[in-house]
Write a protein that binds this ligand. Structure first.
Ligand SMILES: *Cc1c(COP(=O)(O)O)cnc(C)c1O
Length: 496
């Protein structure tokens, strides 16, 4: 099975090439032609450990890699890097299950994918006979950047530049990035919001490809954003992990359906859930949870995507996104119509909006439900979950928790609900502390201590002592300067 662009079925690439390139040359996203091309026996993985599941699922989704090759890559990516060997534990909270995706090296759910991507990418580089050094460009709303650098840190043959919106990430996220170790890592703030940074990265890719600006220079660009299929595929695994855990503890019988509620930004995490469903996992409804930037809530209700609206900075900043890039893959896979996708994406670019046909909207409604929760609701949810169940959740998880309760209230016959928890509460301590009814004193690092003193929940190792680490990355630039910045960095042999 070859991959192809979401905008042109003639533009094909092996799955290894798709991982290496990140974005298709026409600006589309690489996708399998159809999920039906993938044969997968979902029941056969339920008794496996998480690494075994990952091996089966990833070699099915990325057929350039044999099962034996994949087993080694999975082992390299995950062994000893997470708090628990099952990587993503499940916890019962009231009537629902919380799937904890934040037990990795940077306390963010993106660790699951970004531990795996460098392995896939360096293996893909060998498979495709590429000698060039790989320069990863990533735009981040906070968590991706740190997790990507941790994944790529000192991986031979790779370098990584992370752009984040200046003032658009939490102080802890900023400290995590600015203190990043490694001789191949680079962090730069961009004046603007996340969409500016992400559009800027896309424009750099386009300019470099069109102008052949790096040809013959021994460097090639790639992406670690969730537009890379190598980012998306590893996320499918934890949907299976959660399901298998629920079968094991007797909450479910194999075959029963489960609803998943996903705090959504760029639509990568929830799309991985749709992939799991397409591979046969008994998924009922995928509930798309948004914060005040509820462009996806409106879209899933009406079929009209409209990014012409105010942009809010919320207490769940990793979801402060108005252009959800991965939605494009879903639109393609549900419509099987690359020409339609091309035209919709063209309208998004020129008018900032598009409307999908009725038939496509009906297919969206079969698989998805949607809801949103503002900052007030987010803090209330944190307080409520803490008081009722003694469970401390972060702001993104709280959005999902609130939307899951909305869903259940409207659907009395719902299935068991799994809420995806995407960050440690210690990544957003001020909002979490406010949620449990205390006012913050001092800077965000003091607030972490306060949260620990109030709740007794331990601070993850990678976040404790962050304040004492020395800052290594200080650059701030205008978004118009991103291309020149990348070209200058690409020409520098040694960064440190
Ligand atoms: C990235 C992120 C999300 C959103 O995930 P998408 O795949 O972009 O939809 C949610 N919560 C946290 C904490 C994140 O870092």
């Amino acid at each position: 099975m070859d991959y192809q662009s979401t905008r042109n079925p003639m533009l094909k690439a092996s799955s290894a090439q798709a991982v290496l390139d990140g974005l298709a040359p026409d600006g589309g996203l690489y996708t399998m032609p159809s999920m039906k091309d993938i044969a997968f026996d979902w029941k056969s993985v339920l008794d496996m450990d998480t690494q075994g599941m990952a091996t089966e699922i990833l070699s099915a989704l990325l057929p350039s890699f044999t099962k034996d090759e994949m087993r080694v890559l999975v082992k390299n990516a995950y062994t000893g890097r997470f708090e628990t060997e099952d990587l993503t534990p499940t916890v019962r909270v009231g009537d629902d299950t919380v799937l904890e995706l934040f037990r990795g090296p940077t306390s963010a759910f993106k660790d699951v994918a970004l531990s795996m991507l460098p392995q896939l990418m360096t293996a893909a580089r060998k498979k495709c006979g590429v000698d060039d050094e790989i320069l990863i460009l990533t735009a981040t709303s906070g968590d991706t950047g740190k997790a990507a650098m941790e994944g790529f840190c000192d991986v031979p043959g790779t370098k990584i530049i992370v752009f984040y919106p200046d003032g658009g990430v939490s102080p802890v996220q900023k400290a995590q990035m600015a203190t990043q170790a490694g001789n191949n890592t680079c962090v730069c703030a961009v004046r603007g919001n996340f969409d500016d940074a992400q559009t800027g990265v896309k424009n750099v890719f386009a300019a470099v490809t069109e102008g052949k600006l790096l040809d013959g220079k021994g460097v090639r660009l790639s992406s670690a954003n969730s537009i890379n299929i190598g980012r998306l595929a590893p996320q499918v695994v934890y949907y299976f992990r959660a399901y298998a855990n629920l079968v094991k503890d007797g909450t479910l019988q194999a075959g029963d359906k489960v609803d998943f509620c996903v705090p959504t930004g760029n639509f990568g995490d929830i799309l991985a859930g749709w992939f799991a469903k397409a591979l046969g996992l008994p998924v009922g409804t995928l509930i798309c949870a948004s914060n005040a930037n509820n462009v996806l809530t409106d879209f899933l209700k009406t079929g009209r995507y409209d990014k012409n609206r105010p942009f809010y900075k919320t207490v769940s900043p990793s979801m402060d996104i108005l252009v959800s890039s991965n939605l494009e893959r879903l639109l393609y896979l549900l419509s099987d119509d690359a020409a339609l996708v091309r035209s919709l994406m063209e309208q998004l670019k020129t008018e900032g909006a598009y409307q999908v046909p009725e038939t496509l909207l009906a297919r969206l409604h079969e698989a998805f439900w949607q809801g949103c929760c503002d900052d007030e609701g987010t803090k209330n949810a944190i307080g409520m979950v803490w008081r009722e169940y003694g469970y401390l959740c972060d702001t993104h998880t709280a959005v999902a928790w609130d939307v899951a309760q909305q869903y259940k209230a409207e659907h009395p016959a719902h299935n068991h609900v799994v809420i995806l928890s995407t960050a440690s509460p210690y990544k957003f301590p001020a909002a979490v502390l406010a949620g449990i009814g205390h006012s913050a004193k001092g800077d965000e690092f003091d607030v972490m201590e306060q949260v620990r003193n109030e709740t007794g929940v331990p601070i993850p190792k990678n976040l404790a002592g962050l304040r004492e680490r020395s800052v290594r990355h200080k650059d701030v630039i205008d978004r118009e300067a991103m291309l020149d910045y990348v070209l200058a960095k690409a020409a520098e042999k040694e960064w440190f």
